[in-house]
Design a protein around this ligand. Structure first.
Ligand code: ADP
Length: 405
């Protein structure tokens, strides 16, 4: 089965093609046959397309900043030139889109019809940088490949059925009725990591209490009980919760009121500060990148050290909160850029939860072994470093839906 995955961001369009052999559910990730990336931000006049396939890499400028045309040019590289991997675009069986916001309506991946498109459109105010790009991608595919089924895989879906006590904010209830609630994000990654953890440990997901730590530029936790997300740190938007690369995470909401009143900051400016100038970047004054923070700490930079210490403090608090929601813990998963590659973060966190009988093998931890258990044999909690594969998780959802068509 040939599955095309589209992952549209506010300024990029990442895509890949998987070819899945055999009839059984594809549990283990397979290599992509073709990978493409359009960056709409490098230049004011052009988008830049980079394609990797057949051990070749090509790069070209896309003539117009017209995203639909850009997607058409990108798809052409599947059937033409050095990166050709299929004879005809119509041989693609199904297309999956990562959709950042599906609201509370969709709790699983869904075949795209006019109702799904309307919902994605209605949710634009909640995901202004992403949902319009998803719609453009869906429309472009519908025009180029009208017969091919398209699937929306929502980043919110995994959390859509969490208990109301976790989803409803303690503010006037009418606000909840207007859609102001915890939605949670990174759901594709949290779901994938919890399934993969059970698989690697050869345990049934239904009997496990798991905390998945997705620690990339954006950071969030999920409390996964028997395969269901029952709590998560991101909220109405991906700004809530943990300290992140350049996002503040949770702060006292009265700080915003104070800044609005006393410094007359405009809402747009507050948005910029909290999303782009805070977190590791804002505290250290150096960078939002954990690698740069680590290097600065080695050189004795005190603000970088403080940024790291706050990051750990808040991560511990977040994990403690997920732990309380779960009422126990079998598995802790570290994934995404920082979770997969920063031993110092895993070490500090695991030390903090040592009182649970959680112990890691520090030698194993320091080598960041991928998709492995780094807990000691006598640890009461298994600790996994997992490479999160959101595109592959989308392909799995597409495979599943295609079976029912
Ligand atoms: P995104 O959320 O944008 O997908 P990533 O998952 O790539 O981001 O995570 C980015 C973060 O991961 C950065 O803080 C970066 O420093 C860190 N990171 C990525 N790769 C490495 C690495 N090889 N070693 C240490 N940190 C890394």
């Amino acid at each position: 089965m040939k599955i095309l995955v589209l992952n549209a961001g506010s300024s990029s369009q990442k895509s890949c093609l998987y070819e899945i052999e055999g009839d059984g559910f594809p549990q283990n990730p397979v290599e992509t046959k073709w990978k493409a990336d359009i960056d709409w931000n490098v230049n004011r006049e052009y988008g830049v397309l980079e394609v990797k396939a057949n051990n070749t890499k090509i790069e070209k400028n896309l003539e117009l900043k017209d995203k639909k045309q850009g997607i058409a040019s990108m798809l052409n590289t599947l059937v033409e030139g050095e990166t050709k991997v299929v004879d005809d675009l119509s041989s693609i069986d199904i297309v999956g889109h990562r959709v950042v916001h599906g609201g509370s309506k969709y709790s699983q991946a869904t075949l795209i019809d006019s109702e799904v498109k309307e919902t994605i459109e209605e949710l634009i105010p909640l995901a202004p940088n992403h949902n319009p790009a998803h719609l453009e991608g869906i429309q472009a595919i519908a025009e180029i490949l009208p017969e091919i089924p398209q699937v929306a895989v929502f980043d919110t879906a995994f959390h859509a059925q969490m208990p109301k006590s976790a989803a409803v904010y303690p503010i006037p209830y009418e606000w909840y009725e207007k859609g102001i609630r915890r939605y949670g994000f990174h759901g594709i990654s949290h779901k994938y990591c919890s399934h993969r953890a059970a698989d690697i440990l050869n345990r049934s997901l239904s009997e496990l209490k798991i905390i998945t730590c997705h620690l990339g530029n954006g950071c969030s936790l999920a409390a996964v009980d028997g395969g269901k997300s029952i709590d998560t740190t991101m909220g109405f938007t991906p700004l809530e919760g943990l300290m992140m690369g350049s996002r503040s995470g949770s702060i006292d909401p009265a700080i915003l009121i104070y800044l609005l009143q006393e410094y007359e900051l405009k809402p747009n400016r507050l948005y910029e500060i909290l999303n782009k100038e805070s977190g590791l970047k804002g505290v250290s004054g150096e960078s939002s990148d954990m690698r740069v923070i680590q290097k600065a700490i080695e050189k004795g930079n005190e603000r970088a050290q403080l940024a790291f210490d706050i990051y750990i403090h808040r991560l511990k608090a977040g994990i403690a909160s997920m732990l309380a929601s779960l009422g126990g813990l079998d598995v802790m998963v570290f994934s995404a850029g920082i979770g997969e590659n920063t031993p110092a973060v895993r070490e500090k966190i695991c030390q903090a939860f040592n009182f649970l009988g959680l112990k890691i093998d520090s030698k194993k931890n320091s080598s960041s072994p991928m998709n492995e258990d780094i807990a000691t044999p006598d640890s009461q909690v298994r600790v996994l470093v997992l490479h999160t594969e959101e595109d592959w998780a989308i392909a799995q959802e597409c495979w599943y839906i295609k079976q029912s068509l």
